[in-house]
Design a protein around this ligand. Structure first.
Ligand code: AMP
Length: 250
């Protein structure tokens, strides 16, 4: 079984992003970037399936500028077998990414495609669903557990009030939730070795897909500032304030 994992380069999750003074976008100049956290869960799950003898090859793919190579090196250091960069200088949006990934799927013919449930930069949460629809494949989104049984992928996903289990006929698309696993720590020697591994580069324009942006970002603004909190002197005072504020019986 061959697995394709999508890996997006995003602003590091520890960074508090700043907005450009003109509100046209967030300012990512000089900001630390890294693998989208949900994609690390996707890579980890693919590695575990290989370690269980369920998968034979894992290919990581990223789409974007040449600088995206660093997230592929991270995936190689974690243990994926091959890495593919689909290079584009155009702003890539979920529909464009899904169409380009479909072209990569047609070349690579994976049995399972794992994406993150969302990218933490744009929070779109759309690409996996669009890719499955474009391919006509089954989809198991927000997966918190995944196992392979014969030619089916069994996906557990959180739903209101519990969880549901789906059997997907493969080839299929799965999107990873953080609950899926705890990604392994990447050791420095593995990162050094990954720097020497080859990365296959394709130009997005050679894939014959219309990936031009369909959405225009109009404005970015800060969330409203939170009102400062107050300290109360006693539980009694707190209860009185809550009673007065909420009009509730305590
Ligand atoms: P989104 O729909 O933008 O929230 O992204 C969902 C998932 O799609 C991400 O977690 C990635 O697995 C994948 N994805 C989105 N954009 C890219 C990209 N430029 N390169 C690789 N994977 C991507």
């Amino acid at each position: 079984m061959k697995i394709l994992v999508a890996v997006k380069r995003v602003v590091d999750y520890n960074i508090k992003v700043r907005i450009k003074p003109d509100g046209s976008d967030v300012d990512i100049n000089g900001v630390k970037m890294g693998v989208n956290p949900f994609d690390e869960n996707g890579i980890e799950e693919a590695l575990r399936l290989k370690e269980q003898g369920k998968a034979s090859e894992i290919v990581a793919v990223t789409l974007g500028a040449a600088t995206n190579q660093d997230v592929l090196r991270h995936a190689l250091a974690m243990g994926v077998d091959r890495a593919v960069l689909v290079e584009s200088t155009v702003d890539l949006q979920p529909l464009g990414v899904a169409k380009l990934l479909k072209a990569v799927v047609e070349r690579e013919q994976p049995d399972l495609i794992i994406l993150g449930k969302q990218a933490i930069d744009d929070d779109a949460g759309q690409t996996g669903q669009m890719l499955a629809a474009l391919l006509g494949y089954a989809q198991g989104t927000f997966a918190s557990a995944l196992k392979i049984e014969g030619d089916e992928a069994i996906v557990t996903r959180e739903v209101d009030g519990g969880s549901e289990e789906l059997a997907l006929a493969m080839p299929a698309v799965v999107t990873a939730d953080l609950r899926l696993n705890e990604p392994r720590f990447v050791k420095l020697p593995n990162l050094m070795l990954a720097r020497k591994k080859p990365i296959e580069t394709l130009s997005a324009s050679e894939l014959n897909v219309d990936f031009k942006p369909r959405l225009k970002l109009l404005k970015v603004s800060e969330p409203p500032a939170r009102k400062p909190g107050i300290k109360v002197g006693s539980v009694e005072e707190l209860l009185n304030k809550l009673r007065a504020h909420e009009g509730i019986e305590l």
